[in-house]
Design a protein around this ligand. Structure first.
Ligand code: NDP
Length: 345
């Protein structure tokens, strides 16, 4: 079985590639330039011809993946622009939407052997902001991001723009899938992670080249004060999260489990406040050897405090029923990420 993985040099995708190779699949990794494939060639060198690289320079172009989809049995479409600070919607929406629909179209027209396509979406296409805490499941759609996108103005913040790009891309994917049922031989699974944390095995040369989610973790868990976070912020700000290795396993299981077909599936280990990760880090034994001492914040003031409110929570029964995932704990993820930082100095 050969699987095409798009955006293969990214934080999540490289774990997807590794997990698939470890499970015996052959993988074709798509990246934007030869240069971006170099690190992958090194880390997956021992898989010989079970791992190959394909260069797709601009996924927003029609037919970009026409060659890449030939001869593969399945596709993991992970590539999408990820930024919580990008203000230019042209940099977010066209690549997210055209990249996703383009992949599906290429698979329809040139991927005769493709049986299943997994799309990495985000809980950003499910949630909406509300003054009161909300519980979401796979029937929810982030219509709010699209309303704000249409209205413009100050409420259309960069994170909302990113969520709108993910919502539009996912809507376009389901629309394409529905409209072309009589022309396609594959079914589709859409996975919805919240914040994804974990050790990085993609090419990271400096902290600033960390991907968006791990970069926030690095700032807020190891040096929150100089990153502008007060103790109050650490205790009250957070979201939901999942370890990248569990998410990568879900990407593999999404290929393997027939019951996943035609479904949206939320993959979340639970909620967090940044203080929770700081508490987990300080409780590690032996203590991590970092260049600076760990911050302490206000221990126990995060999720452990009964007064703490989580604005978003997810019903994750579908993932449990179909995948039976055993999620890594905050302690495990924290230990492994800090060891990763230690190893990089
Ligand atoms: P990364 O930034 O590490 O990886 C993104 C990948 O997408 C890279 O390979 C990047 O290529 C590629 N990409 C970005 N923009 C374009 C473009 N315009 N054309 C072609 N390729 C592009 O992000 P993550 O690994 O964190 O995210 C991967 C996926 O997971 C995304 O779809 C994201 O929306 C989703 N996700 C991530 C979450 C997280 O917390 N990390 C949470 C929820 C969903 P290049 O290196 O060349 O720029």
């Amino acid at each position: 079985q050969k699987v095409l993985v798009s955006g293969a040099n990214g934080f999540i995708a490289v774990w997807v590639v590794r997990t698939l190779l470890e499970r015996g699949y052959s993988v074709r990794s798509s990246v934007r330039t030869e240069e971006k494939g170099r690190h992958l060639k090194v880390i997956f060198g021992n898989y010989g011809d079970k791992h190959e690289i394909v260069v797709v320079p601009d996924m927003a172009k029609i037919g970009a993946f026409d060659e890449a989809v030939k001869g593969v049995d399945a596709i993991e479409h992970v590539a999408s622009p990820v930024s919580l600070t990008e203000d230019n919607i042209e940099k977010l929406i066209p690549p997210a939407v055209n990249g996703t629909v383009g992949m599906l179209r290429s698979a329809m027209e040139h991927g005769a052997s493709v049986k299943r396509i997994i799309v990495t979406a985000s809980t950003g296409s499910i949630i909406h902001n509300d003054p009161e805490p909300q519980v979401f499941d796979e029937s929810d759609w982030n219509e709010q991001s699209l309303e704000l996108l249409a209205q413009g103005g100050p409420a259309l913040t960069a994170p909302i723009k990113y969520r709108a790009s993910k919502t539009l891309a996912e809507k376009a994917a389901w629309k394409f899938w529905e409209e072309n049922q009589n022309k396609i031989n594959w079914d589709m699974v859409v996975l919805h992670p919240p914040y994804v944390f974990g050790p990085a095995i993609h090419e990271v040369t400096t902290p600033s080249s960390l991907n968006t989610s791990v970069s926030e973790w690095y700032k807020y868990v190891t040096h929150p004060t100089s990153s502008g976070m007060t103790d109050e912020d650490l205790a009250t700000k957070g979201s939901s999260w999942v370890d990248v290795r569990d998410l990568a396993k879900a990407h593999a299981l999404a290929l393997e489990k027939p019951a996943a077909g035609s479904k949206r599936i939320i993959i979340s280990a639970g909620q967090f406040k940044w203080q929770d990760f700081i508490d987990a880090a300080n409780a590690l034994y032996p203590a991590p050897k970092l260049s600076q001492p760990l911050p302490v914040g206000n221990p126990g003031a995060g999720s452990a405090n009964p007064a703490t409110r989580h604005m978003f929570s997810y019903i994750t029964d579908r993932a449990t029923e179909i995948f039976g995932l055993d999620y890594r704990t905050m302690t495990e993820t924290t230990k492994d990420v800090l060891e990763d930082f230690e190893a990089r100095g």
